[in-house]
Design a protein around this ligand. Sequence first.
Ligand code: ZN
Length: 310
Amino acid sequence: MFSIIEVRTMPFPVQVRIEHLTGHQCRISPLRGERCIGTGAWRMQDGGEVPCPFCPERIPTDTPLFPSGERVCVGESVTFPNMYPFSAFHIVTVITRSHAPGPFSIRQIADALAAQWSVLGEVQGYASINWNHLSSAGASMPHPHMQGIADPEPTAYTRRCLEGGARYREKTGKNYWETFIESERSGPRHIFGSEVPWCAHPVPLGEKEIRAYLPTGALSEAEPYIDTLASGLHRVIGFYRERGHCAYNVALRFDREHSGGDFRAFLSIIARVNPTPAGTSDSAFMERLHSEPVLFTIPEDLPLLFADRR
Ligand SMILES: [Zn+2]
């Protein structure tokens, strides 16, 4: 389901990996990990003097309401329409009352996910639940928040997954996702979880990518797994933190309702460089202009790193 090409660079070889389902390609250069770009010590930055519209005292005046005249509150999370949407339907869920960038409890993550679920469940199209954590991961607001989007068409990578799965079905008569998830569940990249397995992805979209696969495709059918996803996400975020990564991106993508397709909803999380005064980015010409991320952790090493946790 993927291939590896060893490129003989000096002093260490680089792997080029290609995912057959999507055509996605990445490079893995373990040597780059030794540079420790943007990991290690990172001090929490506060909001400074700028008033934060996501802090509890400002949400009622500074954030929009749904057409119903309300915001959706689940636990301490608050959900409202995005003021600057880039999707047909685009919502924001402020995860915590606290402005601090974590740590988060499983309950806080589960409540924010449940809020996204309840609002996205009301709209048509291809939905996803996303989270940019910290400025270096693209968060424009430091106050922790998730974003849900839904559009009549899938995003580019989701489309490649859906079309790749349809091609696989045509060629083999089998469900790509069932076949793939079954082999990952018992393979060298499995980290934890059985019904919802969490596995290092063989051809990562970003550093230390870990995916969780749900046994179902559409948002409405996946609702019973909110707590499982929240506790898994909590474990992976803790693992990232121990490895020196405070910033990350998350995407949980779904098929549309009643598609009759083979797709299985899955969550991806990737580690990002930490915010630095120099503004160092891990998104450079290879990532942005060649669509080919350069990473430093071999996916098959991730389960060992995870097992080594203190
Ligand atoms: Zn705030």
